[in-house]
Design a protein around this ligand. Sequence first.
Ligand code: MG
Length: 220
Amino acid sequence: MTETPLPPELFQLRIDPQAPLVIVDVDEVLAQFMRGFERFVVSQGYEMRLERFALFQNLYRAGESEPLDIVTGRRLFDAFFDLDRHEIEVAPGACESLRWLARRATIVILTNAPASSRPARARWLIENDLPYTLVVGQGPKGRAVAALAARTRGPAAFVDDLLANLESVAVEAPRVRRFQMVADERLRDLAPAARDRHQRIDDWPQLAEAIAHALELWTR
Ligand SMILES: [Mg+2]
């Protein structure tokens, strides 16, 4: 299996070599992606029925009982990300929580959104009061997280909604503390979790407290 190359920007970032580091995903962690994507697919004449923790298998032609084929689903997904403006709300409490953590830690935002959507993504972050370094990667996030964590002697934490990314970080960067967060309350019961391996907290203020505690941000 060939490994996806790490994003070159990862090595050019300025990361405080002494400070703790918090690496955060965007969609369904900082951003209520599913709600935004749902509005978009409805505007295109489709329906979203949240029955699974999956993207395309929840998309239907209005009134039909079989989910959309993957090609059409993928086309809608790409079209949504190609929009100049990403009409997505911030997860409740995310801005305040990151601002608080940023007083003691470096914040890096690590997303697997399509690379072509980077300018829109960067703008979305700025407009929503999330002015942190953005890294756009692809594939399982473990190696990128390991490379980021290696840039500081401080402790590091990682937050994502997807178990695959958390497992990848557990393998590639075992010393990084892992947290699972699912922003959309409709998806929470559907999202696979492994609470014995990755702490699961779906509420930003509580999550920020847990990260601060794990990294000893105020007690080191
Ligand atoms: Mg995500």
